[in-house]
Design a protein around this ligand. Structure first.
Ligand code: PLP
Length: 368
């Protein structure tokens, strides 16, 4: 134990936080950063200008609290999502991580449980501990897929209060069939559990993958979580949002901090959404690079998973850590999620993707 963790252990910390580590994907300043699934393209200059203008306007009213209901932002988000949603169906927060935390504050908590299916987004167990919700690690098939039967059976066994379904799943990249979500919701109805579908990467889905937004109508306890961090290229702005029945947003109003979305955040998100076409222009290009990675990794004898996202999870590596280090030495950082024989890489620009694929091929050749 180092000095600081010794000192930490002396504090009267809640029991369920003892021994935990904070979320910590390495932030290493190398030229090619493909480890946290950001949109690596810089924002178009015209969008930067539009944001700067809107933020400047907001700056003149910073002596006042912002619109607590962020009405204009909710309207723009509802328009973006479509599916007959209106602002009453929308809630937003500082990143979808805060959305998920608020959901657990309202529907989880002491004596309650959250079920998810691992490997999945590493923040879920941390959000559970932070809200004193018991985390139940459900399982997937050997190839990391999740069938409707298996998911429904696990919900029936564990009777959780909240279920997080990550689709497409991080770190494996594959979306769930709507049959899985429907089956989980149906079993969850027996115990009135909340079902959350985390669609952080929905904009990158393959052509025949359907969003769970199509299932919202008539399902009171279904929540779809989205973010502006990935496809929109706005990870730094910290804006996530959800779509659900209006009464779900009322439940979340009970736990949100007053004025939690700053005037600057609202102005940024509003300006971005008014330029949505420009922002999303890079999505197709990123998908092209994503598909290129899948094809090339297969040629290299590796085993990439089907990807509905802006990243590729691949197995077949004998020594992932050495490859990870070799790439880092070449100025390229990818993600080692600690899953045996695998790594995960974000689809970046064409030249970033080329650099990654070429260095990887060299490193693999050197290992033979
Ligand atoms: C990146 C990511 C998010 C986004 O988090 P923000 O707080 O919106 O930046 C949410 N869920 C998953 C599964 C992710 O990979």
């Amino acid at each position: 134990m180092n000095d600081r963790s010794e000192l930490l252990s002396q504090l009267p910390l809640r029991e369920n936080l003892r021994g935990l580590s904070p979320y910590g994907a390495p932030q290493i300043d190398v030229p090619i950063q493909l480890n946290v699934n950001e949109n690596t393209h810089p924002l178009p200059t015209s969008v930067v200008d539009a944001i700067a203008q809107e933020v400047a306007k907001a700056a003149t009213t910073l002596n006042r609290y912002p619109d607590r209901e962020f009405t204009e932002l909710r309207e723009l988000l509802a328009d973006y999502l479509g599916h007959n949603l209106d602002r009453e169906n929308i809630w937003a927060a500082n990143g979808s991580n805060e959305i998920l935390q608020q959901i657990l504050q309202a529907f989880g908590g002491p004596g309650r449980s959250l079920l998810s299916f691992v490997p999945t987004y590493s923040m879920y167990p941390l959000l559970a501990s932070g809200t004193d919700t018991q985390f139940i690690a459900g399982t997937r098939a050997e190839d990391f897929t999740l069938s409707a039967e298996s998911a429904a059976a696990q919900v029936r066994t564990h009777r959780p209060n909240v279920i997080f379904l990550c689709s497409p799943n991080n770190p494996t990249g594959t979306a769930l069939g709507l049959d899985v979500i429907q089956a989980v919701y149906e079993v969850a109805s027996e115990t009135k559990a909340i079902v959350v579908v985390d669609e952080a990467y929905a904009e990158f889905s393959l052509a025949n993958t359907k969003s769970a937004l199509t299932l919202l109508d008539g399902r009171q306890r279904l929540i779809i979580s989205r973010t502006m961090s990935k496809a929109f290229g706005l990870a730094g702005a910290r804006v996530g949002y959800l779509a659900a029945a209006p009464e779900v947003t009322d439940a979340i109003r009970l736990v949100r901090l007053p004025y939690h979305l700053s005037a600057v955040t609202q102005a940024t998100a509003i300006a971005a959404l008014k330029n949505i076409d420009l922002l999303l222009a890079q999505v197709e290009e990123i998908k092209t690079q994503r598909d290129r990675i899948v094809t090339r990794l297969t040629e290299l004898g590796l085993k990439p998973s089907v990807s509905d996202s802006n990243f590729v999870f691949f197995g077949g590596l004998e020594d992932p850590h050495t490859i990870w280090q070799g790439l880092l030495d070449a100025g390229i950082i990818v993600r080692d999620n600690g899953i045996k024989g695998t790594l995960r890489v974000t689809a970046g620009t064409e030249s970033e993707t080329t650099a990654f694929l070429e260095h990887l091929a060299t490193l693999l050749g050197a290992q033979k």
